[in-house]
Design a protein around this ligand. Structure first.
Ligand SMILES: [Fe+2]
Length: 238
């Protein structure tokens, strides 16, 4: 079984379209998304329409939950006061512009999706198996990975939220952070898609990097009234 995972699309329709075309050309059985469909870029409604139209199922991110329920806070963390202010502007913008239909879609997303492939169990979720706003970076100690694995009876865990892709294997368990389609933060601005192939003997991961029209998204961010700050960060992938 070969699946493609679209992490953190964040309103970036250009990136999603490019990721989709590239993925389809690779002969994939199924595509899943990992939530966080809006925020930072303006096309949350279009992203939801695209996913619905192409029957791409997925899970609920912290941003989806907080936008859909008109919460006070997006559940994101900040590194400095400027980032906090910008993040609040993006969150308010997204709550205001997400349509009722979009919010209904976001509300209905499940917390996780479990799959069976070649005798292995696969679990998809946004951030961690129990909380959708905890940042699970590669640098976390192995103890953290083992704790997370203990919470769920599964062989392969696939998640996002940090926007930094990695794969780690510990005691026979496979941990895959799929990175981000629409807002990478690992210094590579191209859309990131995780291709995961599961056979009886092996789990193979390939992080596809897909170029797209970043300039078009950057312009749309400004044109639609979101902070130019996010256009700059998109180009720098941070
Ligand atoms: Fe997130």
């Amino acid at each position: 079984m070969k699946v493609a995972i679209f992490g953190d699309i964040h309103g970036n329709l250009e990136a999603l379209k490019a990721a989709y075309s590239e993925t389809v050309s690779k002969g994939i059985d199924k595509i899943y998304h990992l939530g966080d469909l809006g925020g930072y870029a303006p096309f949350v409604n279009e992203v939801v329409e695209f996913l619905t139209e192409h029957r791409i199922e997925g899970v609920k991110g912290n941003y989806d939950e907080t936008v859909a329920n008109d919460r006070e806070h997006c559940g994101c963390k900040y590194e400095d006061p400027v980032q906090e202010e910008m993040a609040n502007l993006s969150f308010e913008w997204t709550k205001k512009h997400a349509s009722r239909k979009t919010k209904e879609y976001l509300k209905k997303l499940p917390f996780s999706i479990s799959l069976q492939a070649e005798g292995k169990k696969v679990l998809l979720f946004h951030a961690t198996p129990g909380k959708n706003n905890l940042y699970w970076y590669e640098e976390r100690p192995e103890k953290f990975f083992r704790e997370m694995a203990r919470k769920v009876e599964t062989d392969i865990m696939i998640y996002g939220h940090t926007h930094k892709p990695y794969r780690k294997d510990i005691e026979g368990k496979v941990f895959i952070n799929a990175g981000s389609v629409g807002k990478p933060k690992d210094g590579d601005p191209r859309a990131c898609v995780a291709l995961v192939e599961i056979t009886k003997d092996a789990v193979t991961t390939n992080f596809l990097r897909v170029p797209y029209d970043i300039e078009a998204t950057a312009e749309a961010i400004i044109e639609k009234g979101l902070p130019g700050y996010f256009a700059e960060r998109l180009k720098e992938a941070r």
